[in-house]
Design a protein around this ligand. Structure first.
Ligand code: NAP
Ligand code: HSE
Length: 429
């Protein structure tokens, strides 16, 4: 007996939307078996009705009005792949109000409007699934919510922005400049519509807020995440870090201790032999530490049409089978750790006058601040004549102390420009 299809209203036919349409078409038979019924896109919302699409649109009604698609009588489930938090929010809320389950890849929407969306979902008893919102094709949401549900999760360390990892890897391995590598990431469909979300670390912060919410049963805490992006990393830093035995990666950290929850996304020096340091290109990696499992690592493509579609389609199967977990509640109240009190090693690079006594001035300044230097090298790094680059690694000291050191370094007459600073992670896994 043939089953009636689950009728999909797709909002967006860009990179992920066309990838989703292609996966649904190419794997139709096995997906029908896994979902228990065919999965069929009946309507899609786009801005440009005449644009060429990288998928077969012959069976779909194309419309400009996303809310109309989201609430259409012939749509059973809404898949939001438009991006942004304006029209997408409006359409998702409308879909839930109309009693339709929602699948979305939109981390900005969940991180910024999660409480409102989850409340609407609860009110109308509809699921919201968002596996594709974090780490692209890696099923990390399912892993954290279900596979590791027996644990108290204590820490998550990850590379969760594919564009940032692609940029840093290519700059480091091929000596390319930032701008052309970002352009390539955009051309490959990895970057956000507004790539400053990737470059400034905002996209990774959105994802970390979602992971921390699920792992620690916290409210979404975007505003508590210390956020820096790969736009602050220069070729000189990648080269200097490599010579010291490190890789610079855009690291997201969520850690829970007796002091509270620490959240940060920032370029960080990782020992070159560590698991995350070896992950290159658009690949993402996430290590979850749990009370029972110890450490579990996840690796896979963090962005791209088909990789992300893989997660979207998995959510669709869960919707078809009625097995999406209920929406997260309001969350526990936990204290947040002030990032300035967190202790780690630090990397400092300063451009200084190449004159006698300058090194003594620098080391004296650090000694006054009780900062112990682990290593110090003077480097050329393309510096103009008469100037030198001094690269230092410190022993463990608080970020607050390093911030004070940076202010004092900036004021020294022998220092030119802004001192560069990144944290150093001691993690070997
Ligand atoms: P995209 O290529 O820019 O596609 C966006 C699609 O939405 C386009 O088809 C666009 O129509 C349509 N659209 C945008 N605003 C609309 C509106 N107001 N009304 C109707 N249609 C509208 O974006 P994407 O890369 O696929 O990303 C989509 C979502 O997935 C975002 O939330 C993103 O963060 C997330 N995501 C992306 C990736 C990735 O690798 N790209 C990975 C994971 C998650 P036109 O084509 O006519 O302009
Ligand atoms: N722009 C995002 C990234 C897409 O590069 O990771 C996947 O979420």
């Amino acid at each position: 007996m043939s089953q009636s299809p689950l009728r999909i209203g797709l909002l967006g036919l860009g990179t992920v939307g066309t990838g989703t349409a292609r996966v649904l078409a190419e794997n139709a038979d096995s997906l029908t078996r896994r979902a228990g019924r065919p999965l069929a896109i009946v309507a899609a919302a786009v801005r440009d009705l005449d644009a060429e699409r990288d998928c077969d649109t012959s069976g779909m009604r194309l419309e400009r009005d996303a809310v109309a698609v989201a609430t259409a009588a012939d749509v059973d489930v809404v898949v939001e792949l438009m991006g942004g938090t304006g029209a997408a929010r409006e359409a998702v809320l409308a879909a839930l109000e109309a009693g339709k389950p929602v699948v979305t890849a939109n981390k900005a929407l969940i991180a910024e409007h999660g409480p409102e969306i989850f409340e609407q979902a609860r009110a109308h008893e509809q699921p919201v699934a968002f596996e594709a919102a974090v780490a692209g094709g890696i099923p990390i949401i399912k892993a954290v919510r279900e596979g590791l549900a027996g644990n108290q999760i204590t820490e998550i360390n990850g590379l969760i922005n594919g564009t940032s990892n692609f940029i840093l890897s290519k700059m480091a391995s091929e000596g390319l400049d930032f701008a052309p590598v970002l352009a390539e990431a955009q051309q490959l469909g990895y970057a956000e519509a507004d790539p400053t979300y990737d470059v400034e670390g905002i996209d990774a912060a959105h994802k970390l807020a979602i992971l921390a919410m699920l792992a620690f049963e916290l409210p979404l805490a975007l505003d508590r995440i210390r956020t820096r992006g790969v736009g602050q990393v220069e070729a000189e830093d990648l080269e200097a870090a490599a010579e010291l035995g490190y890789r610079i990666k855009h690291l997201a950290v969520a850690r829970r201790s007796e002091r509270g929850v620490e959240l940060c996304v920032e370029p960080t020096l990782l020992p070159e032999q560590s698991y995350l340091a070896k992950i290159d290109g658009v690949m993402n990696g996430v290590i979850v530490a749990g009370s029972a499992v110890g450490s579990a690592g996840f690796y896979g493509p963090g962005a791209g049409a088909l990789a992300t579609a893989s997660a979207v389609v998995a959510d669709l199967i869960d919707v078809a089978r009625g097995r999406v977990l209920p929406e997260p509640g309001p969350g526990k109240t936990l204290p947040f750790v002030d990032p300035h009190t967190v202790v780690s090693g630090h990397y400092l690079r300063v451009q200084v006058l190449d004159e006698p006594g300058v090194l003594q001035t620098l080391t004296g300044l650090l000694a006054d601040a009780q900062v112990s230097i682990e290593s110090l090298v003077q480097k050329e790094l393309g510096t103009p004549a008469g100037w030198a680059q001094i690269v230092m690694l410190t022993h463990e000291v608080s970020l607050g102390t390093i911030d004070q050191v940076l202010v004092r370094l900036r004021d020294l007459p022998c220092v030119q420009g802004e001192p560069v600073h990144f944290r150093v992670s001691a993690r070997e896994d």
